[in-house]
Design a binder for this molecule. Structure first.
Ligand code: PMP
Length: 353
């Protein structure tokens, strides 16, 4: 703590991301990146865009927003883009939530929400998940300041069907409900189909997972123009350009290649299915995952020790310290080869013949 820090800096506990090791000998299954490269056209689009780096990018990211709107069957004025969905979420807190009015999110959820709440002085209430880790959708009604939750949830991977999301939206007609769909492409239908019905719905997405562009930092929001305008007001107040030229061009190329997106997403879903079965054979209990990661526990081993044993074998997974989930590991679905190496390592560690 420094005496020079503002009130904001003092009350902020920064988010600690999963380890990022730039080593090729590591099997990195800890931050839910896509194991496959981005669509082949992305690199060429970025190379071309680099010719224009002398110039500022489009402040409204028109071309990229158009590509996203076409993909989603929406209008460009229903799309907002920023530097990763973390930035979209930060802008959303500023645009739609207020100090003094408590928002609600699940007690087990993306750990950035409490960070932003504290940063922006927005109080929060954590709504406990049920014993089976599903959402208690009734408990989100009439939230004083609004609602934010991921669907599928993180780190559980559990998907809430749209009926439940609809109940939450109906229970909060005068507050914004943010559905963070970072992993939706590996799951069931998106809440984006409810946008025409609900003016209080903001859907937040990322290109970091299903589009393989975590390094490019492009996130987006979908909603009725009134909500999108709220985000634009905030954005224009401190970095009117947000996404850069390379990011706009690269992400647009990814959205234009639907076939590659469908192929890689299907591969990950197939590997997920096989991995769930393999982990169960090894004795793990695995929560039903609709994401590109698995949340699992091994009854006879300490998850923290398992995490460390895997790390000593150059396999990185994620272990969270929070009491209710301290016995669980979150494992990103990698390539078939990466998962086979993980299973072999687990067999050795657990001494399974
Ligand atoms: N929301 C959720 C639920 C996430 O798990 C993540 C990734 N850690 C994000 C948002 C942020 O993704 P990005 O900033 O890379 O778009």
């Amino acid at each position: 703590m420094s005496r020079f820090w503002s009130e904001m800096a003092r009350r902020t506990e920064p988010y600690v991301p999963g380890e990022q090791l730039n080593r090729t000998d590591i099997i990195k299954l800890n931050t839910n990146e896509n194991p496959y490269p981005p669509a082949p056209g992305v690199t060429e689009a970025i190379r071309e865009a680099a010719q224009g780096l002398r110039l500022y990018p489009s402040p409204t990211a028109d071309s990229l927003r158009q590509a996203i709107a076409e993909t989603e069957g929406l209008k460009p004025e229903q799309v907002f883009t920023a530097n990763g969905s973390d930035e979209v979420l930060a802008f959303s807190f500023m645009a739609f939530f207020n100090p003094g009015k408590a928002i609600r999110f699940p007690d087990i959820t993306y750990s950035f929400y409490p960070v932003y709440s504290n940063l922006f002085g927005v109080p929060f209430e954590e709504v406990p998940l049920r014993d089976d880790f599903t959402l208690d959708t009734e408990a989100f009604s009439e939230a004083d300041g609004g609602v934010i939750l991921p669907n599928p949830n993180a780190p559980t991977g559990i998907y809430e069907p749209l009926d439940g999301i609809r109940r939450i939206l109906q229970g909060n007609p005068d507050r914004v409900v943010i559905i963070d769909e970072a992993y939706i492409d590996f799951a069931g239908p998106s809440a984006a189909t409810l946008i025409s019905e609900f003016d209080n719905l903001l859907v937040v997405r990322t290109t970091s997972k299903s589009r393989s562009l975590a390094g490019l930092r492009v996130g987006y929001a979908l909603g009725q123009p009134e909500l999108i305008e709220g985000l634009v007001r905030i954005k224009d107040s401190f970095n009117s350009y947000t996404t850069d030229r390379l990011a706009q061009a690269g992400a647009e190329a990814a959205f234009r290649d639907a076939a590659y997106f469908e192929e890689t997403t299907a591969k990950i879903i197939a590997t997920r299915g096989r991995s769930v079965m393999r982990l169960a054979e090894l004795g793990f209990t695995v929560l039903p995952s609709s994401a590109n990661f698995l949340f699992c526990t091994y009854p006879e081993a300490d998850a923290g020790v398992l995490y460390a044993d895997l790390k000593s074998r150059n396999i990185l997974v994620r272990h969270f310290g929070k009491p209710r989930i301290k016995d669980y590991l979150r494992i990103t679905v990698g390539t078939e080869e990466e998962m086979d190496k993980l299973f072999r390592a687990l067999e050795e560690i657990l001494e399974i013949k």
